[in-house]
Ligand binder design. Structure first.
Ligand SMILES: NC(=O)c1ccc[n+]([C@@H]2O[C@H](COP(=O)([O-])OP(=O)(O)OC[C@H]3O[C@@H](n4cnc5c(N)ncnc54)[C@H](O)[C@@H]3O)[C@@H](O)[C@H]2O)c1
Length: 343
């Protein structure tokens, strides 16, 4: 049996981590922790786990093998590092952390302790994304020339468990807005689909519309539009937005030398390929999760499989760091107005 601790008992823990752990017969949810102890107790009673008032007490339980970190962004690094040093494997939610130094520290600590570190970049596990990568690798649309990838919805207000106090808008707790909340998913995804890394970034990241209850602009960005030049030569646009007040948009288009691949654009066919000769192939893989329609993300299954088989996760800290470097480059580009090279 693998014993799991969950730190942070908010929305992502309740709709994804906890139920997906509970689905696995090899797993016991042993301990939970939240700054809001009542919430931790309520979750603990649902899963017959122990609720802890202090994260250190959870970490002191020698029977706990691995910990999910599901708290506000600013605490990801410290809690991950503490858990790794306590001998636990760590699955940390995205965005990995709020500075490059923090992300590097997480990777370094995983290396030093020999424990696994995985980051919750679940977009690449969506069935159509996994299939699209296979098709790209098989050369179905030739070489990718350009792309567009979007993640847009109306914002986290109806998502977070504490809608009276939205930490997502608080710069101290969130550090960034749509760019790292949604943009990190698409940055990781485009690297995964193209098999190329972001090399240069030119970006707009700013606050255009979203205001707090007092009518002031929120403390973080509500929109990001980035031009990514990839190291393999293709160029594209990544757009992340919290001001899409219509249907959630989660689509990607890859424009290749032999055809165009549309992913999660058509409501029925999750992949549509249009070839140069005018023919089309349609794939019915699945519907992507939206905030209102959660389906199994696959992230916990992948994580538990790694723990069971003692196998390094593919979405490791190092892998996530490469996408976070592009996010930090985008923030710098937006600040300076200049194109930034990702180191
Ligand atoms: N992978 C995804 O698609 C995805 C989706 C949503 C959220 N997330 C990430 O998950 C994390 C949590 O977001 P959420 O949507 O669950 O938010 P939420 O507001 O619903 O819940 C956050 C919970 O964490 C607790 N918390 C905050 N700081 C804490 C701390 N320092 N120590 C202990 N508990 C603390 C809060 O009391 C609350 O219960 C964020 O980093 C977010 O970016 C990932």
């Amino acid at each position: 049996m693998i014993k799991i601790g969950v730190a942070g008992c908010g929305k992502i823990a309740q709709v994804r981590h906890l139920p997906e752990y509970a689905d696995r017969k090899e797993v016991v949810i042993a301990g939970v922790y939240d700054l809001n102890y009542e919430r931790a107790c309520e979750v603990a009673s649902r899963y017959e786990a122990t609720a802890y008032k202090d994260f250190q007490d959870l970490l002191r339980d020698p029977s706990i093998d691995a910990v999910s970190i599901c708290v506000a962004n600013a605490f990801h690094c410290d809690m991950t590092v503490e858990a790794l040093r306590a001998g636990k494997h760590v699955l940390c939610e995205k965005p990995m952390a709020i500075t490059l130094e923090q992300c590097e520290k997480m990777v370094q600590t995983a290396r030093e302790t020999g424990k696994f570190l995985m980051i919750g970049h679940n977009q690449r596990l969506a069935r159509a994304h996994a299939k699209a990568r296979e098709l790209v690798q098989a050369g179905e649309i030739g070489s990718i020339i350009t792309f567009q990838t979007n993640f847009q919805h109306s914002g986290p207000e109806t998502w977070t468990i504490d809608s009276s106090q939205i930490w997502f808008f608080d710069k101290k707790k969130a550090a960034f807005g749509a760019m790292a909340d949604l943009g990190i998913h698409k940055t990781d995804l485009i690297q995964f689909l193209t098999g190329q890394r972001v090399h240069e970034v030119m970006a707009y990241v700013g606050t255009l519309d979203k205001r707090d209850k007092e009518g002031n602009f929120i403390g973080v960005d509500d929109n990001a539009v980035c031009i990514y030049q990839m190291d393999g030569g293709c160029v594209g646009i990544m757009k992340a937005s919290w001001t899409c007040y219509g249907q959630e948009d989660n689509h990607t288009v890859l424009y290749g030398t032999e055809g165009v691949m549309h992913i999660y654009e058509d409501p029925r066919y999750s992949i549509v390929i249009e070839y140069k000769d005018g023919t089309r192939t349609l794939y019915e893989a699945d519907e992507i999760q939206t905030n209102d329609h959660q389906t199994k993300s696959g992230i916990i299954d992948l994580w538990v499989d790694c723990l069971v088989n003692n196998q390094e996760p593919a979405i490791s800290g190092e892998e996530a760091l490469s996408a976070m470097k592009a996010v930090f480059a985008a923030m710098e580009s937006a600040r300076t107005g200049k194109k930034v090279t990702v180191e």
